[in-house]
Design a protein around this ligand. Sequence first.
Ligand code: RP5
Length: 166
Amino acid sequence: MSKVGIIMGSDSDIPVMKDATEMLDELQISYEVTISSAHRTPDDTADWAREARDRGVEVIIAGAGASAALPGVGAAYTELPVIGVPLKAWAFDGMDALLSIAQMPPGVPVATVGVNGAKNGALMAARIMAASDEGLRDHLREYGEKQASVVRQKNARLQENGMGEY
Ligand code: RP5
């Protein structure tokens, strides 16, 4: 069965990476979640990425903070699409991770979402998988409609009450 493979560098990444698992749950997409570090457990990380396709992984979401090598290292060991999620660690408001993940050398691509953008990471994984999955396209369409109706409700409230209550 096809699934998303989520990998993160540390358990300190879980509070943000939960946004990805919640989004995948909502879209009814299967996933596996692993902690492995590009720097602290490099061999485990390489094995995880090399074997991902055989486990049924179609798209990888890799979250890491600081000098965030994890998405790039993952992409070096597999041809699966890798979406990097730069996480805010203790310095630079996540800019360190953002630049590490976005500035991959030509030939080894990693798609990068915004800092702490785990939810968009999940939605991007879903869109990639939906290219060959009509049921998933329907789920994504429903999600988009739900999101639009929330914005319309907010606007209706604004038109009715003005900006006083905000
Ligand atoms: C990165 O270093 C992890 O992805 C995490 O964001 C950051 C800090 O890790 P811990 O020191 O909290 O384990 O590799």
